[in-house]
Design a protein around this ligand. Structure first.
Ligand code: ADP
Ligand code: MG
Length: 283
């Protein structure tokens, strides 16, 4: 699996007095098995970008390739693409509309025209993947907690058995426990089910903990693309974009300024602790 964007531009309302250039010459490749964190200030183009990846939005110019085929080219099935590249929108619980949890998760595979048995097998498996057992199946989505609703919405996309799962700020508005549950589940989908993940998040701590690659958007452009360590080295430029590095990055830099010989590339609390202990013992 690979998705490649070649000089993709997107302009909202191009024929009006106020066109919005939401994507500006975006070129990048997403490869099998990656866990990508997509960051950027509000309005930087993250949601617009991810809606291009499953063909929901068509570029104003530029080309998108899925396994080297132009997704808007002749004979390419966008319907099939949408089952392979699953997109979980921001606040996906607003799209739960069936009477019960199980029917809701069946909706996607049903639309693929699968046999009833296969639809139900997939729905069960998807609910299992997000940690919801049979006691939830007949509940109305409205009886669930915020975190549970979101897990049902994610299961609805997983039931399509996608190769890539894109989540647009999946933890927004959840309490800390709900957040951790969702992220741990996403991590498991990546590690155990080998699903490629693209996670949009504002939390630098989450990015440092889970993502193997960070893509930073600013004004519709890709500004940084690299490992979390590489990207967080640019913490001063990130600040200028209204972003920041993880808290521990600041701690490590200030210890360094005070003469501690710590490696400033520690980006998680666990790494920082290990690094501080190492230097402490040397003294
Ligand atoms: P992000 O997800 O990073 O917050 P978006 O992709 O939603 O960014 O938005 C990128 C730019 O496009 C912003 O300037 C935003 O105001 C604009 N935009 C987003 N959706 C629309 C729309 N439906 N119509 C017009 N402009 C839009
Ligand atoms: Mg957005």
């Amino acid at each position: 699996m690979s998705i490649r964007l070649d000089k993709v531009d997107y302009i909202y309302e191009p024929d009006t007095a106020f066109p919005v250039h939401a994507l500006d010459h975006v070129s990048l490749t997403i490869r099998d098995g990656e866990f990508i964190g997509l960051m950027g200030h509000t309005g930087s183009g993250k949601s617009t970008l991810i809606q291009h990846l499953n063909g929901l939005v068509r570029p104003t110019s530029g080309t998108i390739y899925y396994n080297d085929r132009d997704i808007h080219g002749e004979g390419f099935s966008l319907k099939e693409l949408r089952s392979k590249v699953g997109l979980v929108f921001q606040y996906p619980e607003h799209q739960l509309f069936e009477a019960d949890v199980f029917s809701d998760v069946c909706f996607g595979p049903k639309n693929l025209g699968l046999e009833k048995e296969e639809i139900q097998r997939r729905a069960r498996h998807a609910l299992e993947l997000v940690g919801m057992d049979e006691s939830f199946y007949s509940l109305s989505p409205f009886e669930l907690s915020g975190g549970q609703k979101r897990r049902v919405a994610i299961a609805g996309v997983l039931a399509m058995e996608p190769e890539v799962l894109i989540l647009d700020e999946p933890t927004a508005g959840l309490d800390p426990m709900g957040r951790d549950e969702i992220l741990e589940q996403v991590k498991r989908l990546h590690e155990e089910n080998h699903i490629t993940i693209i996670l949009v998040s504002h939390s630098m701590e989450d990015m440092a903990r889970y993502a193997g690659r960070l893509i930073v958007m600013d004004h519709g452009k890709v500004q940084f693309d690299g490992t979390p360590v590489e990207v967080f080295r640019h913490y001063k430029e990130l600040e200028k974009m209204g972003l920041a590095a993880p808290q521990v990055t600041y701690l490590m830099h200030s210890l360094r300024e005070k003469g501690w010989d710590v490696n400033v590339d520690a980006i998680t609390v666990a790494q920082a602790k290990q690094e501080i202990m190492r230097v402490w013992k040397k003294h």
